[in-house]
Design a protein around this ligand. Structure first.
Ligand code: FAD
Length: 448
């Protein structure tokens, strides 16, 4: 048998790659991982984690405002962006060290440089060194897309947003997905004037229509501007640093920052996929089967680079399933049904299962229950924001097939409710559950 340097080489130390490397090593494999930027990947370094910390930071703006009606007089309250930014980056650094330590504890060799495939069993490092493995896992994730617009180099993406030197007074955010809407909320709460530019006429495609509409109405009422059916012609930087944006479909705009959050592209460029003979799908993603295997038997791929569902818990599950199947003698496949997802907007949205439209198409007859209410805290605060919860039920079986929420803490509440949806509980099961009073979540068991 041919002797290789390692049993497994993982390219990319993000959510999927780190889990796969750690678990394969725990199963006894000799593992190396290659990372060109920072151990932890998008989620830890420039995605979920720093973003959620900014969301927490942003939320204080509303809480401090609402506090007055609860008797709190807080004079001279100001926001200091560099303090929050540096604290967030320090926390990211702490987590990066923990991830690195975990890999070291499992005796995973880390190469801190770029890697590319040099053949079905070989990886070439940036240093020129070539290392071989019986199995190679590509877990290189995805990266933000930029449009082919003149002056795009003056714009930023989610990669740069966490490092901004100063808070922009005016920011234009391109995109209608969750990242665009989350940063719209963050910058608005920090006091920036936010304009969201969308090339279509809807935000958050794929989410329940009523919830999308509710978020749009609340965002507009807060003072976030939206430009629909609009595109960027060019961006020019004036001498004073102002970005002058020539727009199509709406009036031209001026801003201090332009943030493109228009989608993420699988990281396959320059990865040597040709050399290894790995086939790509029509969106440039690595094509894999249900066992995360590419068309080359020794090469597997997990996470965003395969463009199935671009979420951290999915990449982690895929990494775990790969390692258990290939190195742990425990064949495992990921079940993609009922993956919960959230938009950490202000207020947040959370969702699991089918939307009302999808359920009608799939099942024919469905029953929909809604609760449209103003949370108790909002009432006293004088905050005119209503929450909306929706339950979609298969009329034939009474099984809950979709659950959708917008309102304070919706993602925290939905995580627990997602267990019930995954377990295929019925509306009758929800009805039989006592309310926990007084909470917002009790609406879930009180819908008639
Ligand atoms: P990644 O975590 O992206 O890791 C890939 C790694 O490979 C990176 O570290 C990269 O540097 C490295 N790499 C790439 N090419 C090479 C190479 N040739 N050589 C060496 N190293 C290489 N998901 C959620 O579930 N919840 C959220 O709230 C959420 N928020 C997000 C917010 C933002 C702003 C962004 C951008 C993403 C967010 N995501 C969220 C998505 C989540 O971050 C990804 O789905 C997840 O990180 C995918 O994991 P992965 O292992 O596939 O890739």
């Amino acid at each position: 048998m041919m002797k290789h340097d390692f049993d497994l080489i993982v390219i990319g130390a993000g959510s999927g790659g780190v889990r796969a490397a750690r678990v394969a090593a725990a199963h006894g494999a000799k593992v190396a991982i290659i990372e060109e930027y920072k151990v932890g990947g998008t989620c830890v370094i420039r995605g979920c984690v720093p973003k959620k910390l900014l969301i927490y930071g942003a939320h204080f703006a509303e809480d401090l405002n609402d506090a007055a009606m609860f008797g709190w007089d807080i004079p001279g309250c100001t926001f200091n962006w560099p303090v929050l930014r540096d604290n967030v980056l320090a926390e990211v650094g702490r987590l990066e060290a923990i991830y690195t330590q975990t890999l070291a504890n499992h005796e995973v060799t880390i190469f801190h440089e770029r890697g590319e495939l040099a053949g079905p069993n070989e990886v070439r490092l940036a240093s020129g060194e070539v290392r071989s493995a019986r199995i190679i896992l590509v877990a290189t994730g995805a990266r933000p897309m930029l449009p082919p617009v003149s002056g795009v180099e003056h714009a930023i993406t989610s990669n740069e947003v966490f490092h901004l030197e100063r808070l922009p007074k005016r920011i234009v955010i391109a995109g209608g997905g969750y990242i665009a809407n989350e940063f719209a909320g963050i910058f608005h709460q920090f006091g920036s004037h936010v304009t969201v530019v969308n090339r279509s006429d809807t935000i958050l495609r794929g989410y329940d229509e009523q919830l999308r509409d509710r978020l749009l109405q609340i965002s507009l009422a807060k003072g976030i501007d939206f430009k629909f059916n609009s595109t960027f012609n060019s961006i020019e930087k004036a001498e004073d640093g102002t970005l002058k944006i020539d727009m199509g479909g709406c009036d031209d705009l001026e801003a201090d920052e332009v943030l493109f959050a228009i989608g993420r592209k699988p990281n396959v460029d320059g990865l040597g996929l040709d050399a290894a003979g790995v086939a790509l799908g029509d969106k440039g993603q690595i094509k894999v089967d249900d066992d995360n295997r590419t068309n080359v038997p020794s090469i597997y791929a997990v996470g965003d680079v395969t463009d199935r569902i671009q979420l951290t818990p999915v990449a982690i599950r895929e990494g775990q399933a790969f390692a258990d199947s290939v190195f742990g003698d425990k064949p495992t496949r990921v079940d993609y049904a009922n993956v919960p997802h959230a938009v950490f907007s202000h207020p947040p949205i959370a969702s699991v299962g089918l939307t009302e439209g999808q359920a009608k198409n799939k099942l024919g007859s469905v029953r929909t229950f809604t609760s449209d209410f103003r949370p108790m805290k909002n009432v006293l605060a004088g905050r005119n924001e209503r929450s909306l919860y929706k339950i979609i039920v298969d009329e034939t079986t009474d099984v809950i097939v979709g659950l959708h929420m917008i309102g304070p803490d919706a993602p925290e509440i939905l995580q627990a409710a997602a267990i019930a949806v995954k377990a295929k509980l019925t509306k009758a099961d929800f009805d039989a559950t006592f309310a926990l009073h007084p909470t917002m979540a009790e609406e879930l068991v009180l819908m008639k």
